[in-house]
Design a protein around this ligand. Structure first.
Ligand SMILES: Nc1ncnc2c1ncn2[C@@H]1O[C@H](COP(=O)(O)OP(=O)(O)O)[C@@H](O)[C@H]1O
Ligand SMILES: [Mg+2]
Length: 251
């Protein structure tokens, strides 16, 4: 085997995909005197690094289980004037994750709660934070299943691996005592260690009714809100935007 073939084998064994792809063109450039060996080595390793970084980002975004991929630059802030763009852009710096703070988006349907949570989540995943999106219902059913299988503690530990957990649509249904306790358990474990983003259509004054347990609800809110940005969105539904436009044109 030639040294060239051995090199190709080594690059494959080391999983240096981009390096392998670029090798020939760089060897040509060196042979033609168009690149020094040092420049070639630097550029070829730089391109491998960028490729690996890109792969890692794609992996983090995939793992996060987002319902859709919409980034913040697609969000139309002018449609939702009550929303403080500066506050959202501050969240986009991901400072809140470093400080293990929470975010709660509260508002009526269609105002962009899920979209904003997802956009912040994508940014976090791009920065290679371990992020996971799930609806409140999914979360509760997974915790319940774990409890019946006697592995609740392990499951909660599993959820605590995520630096950012996005829990979408809290408050659409009333809960039984078990669900309320399971949720409290999770939030208490994540408290001051990891960040959680929650979206809800229910103001905090109604949470007692949803959880059905006033004492537990107080303890839950105490932990959730201790280090938390609460973003209330009062405005029109983006889902009805086109319909509204249509109705205005009709009149
Ligand atoms: N201000 C906005 N700019 C662009 N798209 C928006 C905006 N608000 C909502 N949307 C879009 O409208 C739909 C409903 O928004 P969503 O975030 O799911 O609402 P909800 O508050 O009910 O979670 C989604 O497709 C979302 O991307
Ligand atoms: Mg939603």
């Amino acid at each position: 085997m030639s040294i060239y073939n051995n090199l190709i084998n080594n690059l494959e064994a080391l999983k240096l995909t981009r390096f392998k792809e670029n090798l020939d063109s760089y060897l040509d450039m060196i042979a033609d005197g168009k690149k020094t060996v040092l420049d070639a080595l630097y550029e070829i390793t730089q391109s491998e690094l960028e490729f690996k970084n890109h792969q890692a980002i794609t992996g983090c975004v995939k793992i996060a289980n987002f319902p859709y991929l919409k980034e913040i630059n697609e969000f139309d802030f002018s449609f939702q004037p009550s929303l403080d763009k500066t506050k959202i852009m501050d969240l986009m710096t991901l400072r809140f994750i470093e400080n293990a703070e929470n975010v709660i988006f509260c508002g009526t349907p269609g105002v962009g709660k899920t979209n904003l949570a997802v956009s912040i989540g994508i940014e976090a995943a791009k920065h290679r934070y371990c992020v996971y999106y799930m609806t409140f219902q999914e979360l509760i059913s997974q915790l319940k299943k774990a409890a019946t299988e006697n592995r609740l503690e392990a499951r909660i530990k599993w959820f605590c691996r995520y630096k950012l957990l996005i829990i979408d649509e809290l408050g659409y249904q009333k809960m039984d005592v078990e669900s309320a306790n399971l949720f409290f358990n999770l939030i208490a474990k994540r408290y001051e260690k990891q960040s959680t983003i929650i979206t809800t259509n229910s103001p905090f004054s109604k949470w007692s009714d949803i959880f059905g347990e006033p004492v537990l609800t107080n303890a839950l809110l105490d932990r959730l809100l201790h280090h938390c940005s609460v973003i209330n969105i009062n405005g029109p539904s983006y889902r009805l935007k086109d319909q509204m436009q249509y109705m205005m044109e009709e009149n």
